[in-house]
Ligand binder design. Structure first.
Ligand code: MSP
Length: 495
């Protein structure tokens, strides 16, 4: 059977009202693994990400900074681009929702959905922090008090509504039959239970310009702008040039959309309903990651100002160590914890002592005993089905565990075969065989690692691939004498 040629993966697009933090970075890195893995499998890959720039939150942050929203978002969006570069993310699209093309295509989409849009009045609550209309039953009683720092706004306004309720059963069916596969299982059942027990209600999808000017105008109505979520969700297809561009034909429906657990409902209910309204396919897989908490279960948030900046971690440990920690030690299925101590332990033990050492030892012995010549390396005959299945289920942690089994296997093999004794006994044939086997196994490991740790993978490959040792420029994961937690309390990210 011929493989389909195209593959697409998207992250959610972060708001630009604050500095990027390790939560945003998690999503970029996870999606990057999927994109790189698909490329390895021979697909043409479109990997989209970007920034969400309209809405109350961003407008207020701009005002606080004393800037126009445009100038503010121009500057803040760059911070996310910098993060993407820092983390070696291989996206080939980056959309800003203030891009003219996005705004124009959003208007086209709105018009196409007009059969499902009507005007009505909305009386109720608005949660600025989440950019969400909140029903009385969903409301947190504490935030109903006007003096609460995150008090809801009380709105009474004329809005456009979208007939979300109409699509309840169709969406339920798509999810039940796994035509829209939601991972992990817990998130799938969460949304199914919402669809079955509560059901979807129509939602407000615009704001009057007298309350909020910073948004995409509703076509043919200068008094309204689109509700930020309704417009932002469209980015996944406006970035492909929907409706007429070839990219849209090739890359939609998305193979995977990667989002955090707090925005499940938007992506598993509202977005599929919009797509059904447009008469186009829904994503094949929606992967929902958990949240990163700080040591001791402390939630990281802009309002607490306790976000860890990815740069301070990368500056000390390097980008691949960063990617490794968040892919392996933050559970792919639930929330996970970041602490400098846990990070340092993973760096020293797994990257330094296990992977780094295996590479170093094998390269050194081949250099010492065989003048650098490796000879014929048997290609690794290991079964990779578990690894593949883990990636297919977006279990990044499990996939890396599989790779580490092999890394440990190489170290154990060397301990058992004791090449230094073979050298002493001048058992050259056996020695060559053992070292070639170990080098071949490390090359196999490098291939599996490429989507996760691209630089490290390239370094290992370079050392062994020619059949003789190309001396590395230094050890893969040098000892870090002083990690930041010893020097200072973790820095607070600017909020
Ligand atoms: N702008 C919307 C998304 C629109 S998509 C059409 C948004 N932005 S956000 O900046 O608040 O969040 C972006 C992503 O980062 C979300 O998937 C969210 O779950 C994720 N994270 C934010 N904080 C996080 C952690 N502490 N941990 C892990 N991911 C977190 O929502």
């Amino acid at each position: 059977m011929n493989k389909p040629k195209y593959y697409s993966v998207f992250t959610s697009i972060p708001y630009v009202n604050g500095e990027p933090h390790i939560g945003h970075a998690l999503e970029f890195v996870q999606a990057d693994v999927l994109a790189r893995y698909a490329r390895q499998q021979g697909y043409e890959v479109l990997f989209g990400t970007g920034t969400d720039e309209h809405g109350t939150k961003v407008a207020e942050a701009a005002k606080k900074a004393g800037q126009t929203p445009q100038a503010y978002t121009d500057k803040m969006s760059e911070n996310f681009k910098d993060l993407i570069k820092l983390l070696n993310i291989s996206n080939n699209r980056f959309i800003r929702t203030t891009d003219k093309g996005h705004e124009q295509r959003a208007a086209i989409i709105w018009k196409k959905l007009e059969a499902d849009i009507y005007k009505a009045s909305y009386t109720g609550l608005y949660d600025k922090t989440q950019e969400e209309f909140v029903t009385e039953t969903q409301a947190d009683p504490a935030r109903l008090k006007p003096d609460h720092p995150q008090a809801y706004e009380r709105l009474q306004e004329e809005n456009y509504f979208f007939r979300l309720s109409k699509y309840n059963d169709q969406i339920k069916e798509l999810i039940k039959t796994n035509k829209l596969r939601i991972l992990p299982e817990g998130k799938r059942s969460e949304i199914l239970s919402l669809l079955e027990k509560e059901g979807l209600e129509d939602i407000s999808i615009s704001r009057p310009t007298k309350s909020l000017e910073w948004g995409v105008p509703v076509p043919d109505d200068k008094t309204q702008v689109m509700y930020v979520w309704f417009e932002a969700l469209m980015n996944y297809i406006t970035v492909l040039g929907y409706p007429e561009n070839e990219d849209f034909a090739h890359y939609w429906p998305a193979n995977v959309q990667v989002v955090g657990k707090d925005i499940l409902r938007f992506h598993a209910a509202i977005w599929p309903a919009m797509l059904l309204g447009l008469g186009i396919g829904t994503p094949q897989t929606l992967y929902v990651h958990g949240h990163i908490v700080l040591g001791g279960g402390i939630k990281m948030s802009k309002s607490l100002g306790n976000g860890i900046s990815p740069k301070e971690v990368v500056d000390v440990y390097g980008v691949d160590a960063y990617r490794y920690y968040f892919l392996r030690h933050i559970s792919s299925q639930s929330d996970g914890e970041f602490s400098w101590e846990r990070f340092e332990a993973a760096y020293n033990n797994e990257l330094g002592n296990e992977l780094g050492n295996a590479v170093q030892r094998v390269a050194t012995m081949i250099t010492r005993y065989q003048n650098g010549l490796i000879g014929d390396m048997p290609s690794s005959a290991h079964d990779t089905s578990q690894f593949q299945q883990a990636l297919n289920e977006c279990k990044f942690d499990k996939a890396l565990e599989e790779v580490w089994e092999r890394v440990r296997g190489v170290n154990q093999y060397i301990e058992e075969e004791k090449p230094w004794q073979l050298a002493k006994a001048k058992d050259d044939d056996h020695l060559r065989e053992v070292l070639a086997y170990a080098a071949g196994a490390l090359l196999g490991i490098a291939t599996l690692l490429e989507p996760f740790l691209p630089d490290t993978s390239a370094k290992i490959t370079k050392i062994f691939k020619e059949g003789y040792i190309q001396q590395p420029e230094g050890v893969l994961f040098p000892k870090i004498e002083q990690h930041p937690a010893e020097v200072q309390e973790p820095k607070k990210a600017k909020s």
